[in-house]
Design a protein around this ligand. Structure first.
Ligand SMILES: Cc1ncc(COP(=O)(O)O)c(C=O)c1O
Length: 420
């Protein structure tokens, strides 16, 4: 029999001074516990896959959403030029004027919104913009509605502000659909904001313009902020992305969060922004001062080049992911027990694996062991998709075909399925 040792906060485990007096333990904040959400735990399969790959295994990594195209050459050149010009000092806290202007113009062009440069605040990526926006909009005692399946970091972003995430599932028999009645039923006097992500990670749905407008108006009726995460706005396979920025009645409560990560193959540059009404932009800039003291100047110069230069990269990424989506849908249709939801945009699709008798987490773990294919358990995106896995469109067509072939052989009970 093993005996449990003393608990971590047992005074006997505390260090003592030379005089034998116990010292008090320094503690972590409650918020550190709150941010350890299931979204954070969703990466264990991908982490293990990375370890196996480092050990020489033939892993097909369909987990993390890295765009596998190079950043356009003119953008890289703009960063070099900026460095050569000595643009290596502090930037304006809310962002370089040229970048704020380029972003505002892009949004005006895309959705007709009358956004001014001063409404744009630059952050190192959409993730940071999202985090900062929620810090400004919600706190302890407040609730934030998340539409499930939900991007894996949202829960932690809300919890880090001390607020409570309130998930509302969009899952239906056939896929995912906006159920306004259910969403409005979740709105309470404590609700401060709703977080929208279309095209959606992980499910790949793209909400129609009427749906986006109806949701935006519901937020307005209930006095909520609407935070619209538009990082996949350029990657649609059918109908174009609809932004709530086009809904005039909600512009005083709308926060648009976006970046160049996915649209311009710039995930590692860490450059994004939040756009809100002027008073929110002021608060965001104050928070950015406390948190960042500005973003790197030469990266902002490169971002201006990305926004104002040739835009072929966006169409190239769209075409590439569409082809991969088609490949995966065709390949997965031949895997027993796996039913993919046809994605209409973004970089991922969800597949229901309930018919294999495994939950998403077991499926993902066993799939990696048996075949070297890494996917993300649906649980990371909410309880309503725990019977699913997320599969990334992040590998060339031939590797996706190979992944489907390994999966098919594994489900058919063939022993020789792994590339390891
Ligand atoms: C829905 C969604 N929002 C935000 C982000 C973060 O993007 P960024 O690289 O701009 O921080 C991601 C990254 O995968 C995402 O999928």
């Amino acid at each position: 029999m093993t005996r449990a040792g003393p608990a971590a906060d047992d005074p006997r485990t505390l260090p003592v001074t030379d005089a034998g007096r116990p010292l008090a333990r320094a503690r972590f904040s409650d918020r550190t516990r709150a941010i350890a959400t299931r979204g954070a735990a969703g990466w264990t399969v991908s982490d293990r896959a990375a370890e196996l790959a480092a050990g020489g295994a033939d892993i097909i990594a369909l987990g993390v959403g890295n765009v596998d195209l190079p950043t356009p050459a003119h953008v890289v050149a703009a960063a070099h030029e900026s460095l050569d010009r000595g643009r290596t000092h502090y930037s304006a806290i809310a962002g370089e004027p040229a970048l704020r202007a380029a972003v505002a113009q892009r949004v005006r062009r895309r959705c007709g919104a009358s956004v001014t440069d001063g409404q744009v605040v630059v952050f190192p990526g959409a993730q940071s913009a999202l985090f900062s926006a929620i810090q400004c909009l919600a706190g302890p005692g407040d609730e934030v509605i998340l539409l499930e399946p939900v991007y894996a970091t949202y829960e932690a972003v809300v919890a880090a502000a001390g607020a409570t995430p309130v998930p509302v599932s969009l899952r239906t028999e056939a896929g995912f659909a906006l159920d306004l009645r259910r969403i409005e039923a979740a709105m309470t006097p404590r609700t401060r904001a709703l977080l929208l992500n279309t095209p959606n990670n992980p499910a790949g749905y793209v909400l129609s313009a009427p749906d986006v407008e109806a949701l935006a108006l519901a937020c307005a009726r209930h006095g909520l902020w609407l935070v619209s995460d538009e990082v996949y706005g350029e990657i649609t396979f059918g109908a174009a992305h609809a932004s709530p920025g086009a809904v005039a009645a909600v512009r005083d409560r709308l926060v648009i969060v976006d970046s160049l990560s996915k649209s311009h193959a710039m995930t590692g540059w860490r450059i994004g922004w939040a756009i809100g009404p002027p008073d929110l932009a002021h608060h965001l800039a104050t928070l950015a001062q406390a948190e960042l003291f500005g973003s790197p100047t030469f990266i902002q110069d490169a971002a201006v080049a990305a926004l104002e230069g040739p835009q072929e990269i966006c169409a190239a990424i769209r075409a590439l992911y569409r082809e991969r989506r088609d490949t995966l849908l065709a390949g997965l249709a031949t895997v027993p027990g796996v039913t993919p939801f046809p994605s209409q945009g973004g970089m991922f699709l969800l597949a229901d694996v309930a018919a294999t008798g495994l939950r998403g987490d077991r499926f993902a773990a066993e799939l990696l062991d048996a075949t070297g294919v890494a996917v993300v358990p649906g649980e990371a995106f909410g309880a309503s998709v725990a019977d699913c896995v997320r599969i990334g469109l992040t590998q060339p067509v031939a590797r996706l075909q190979e992944a489907c072939a390994r999966m098919r052989a594994w489900r058919a009970g063939s022993p020789a399925v792994t590339g390891r």
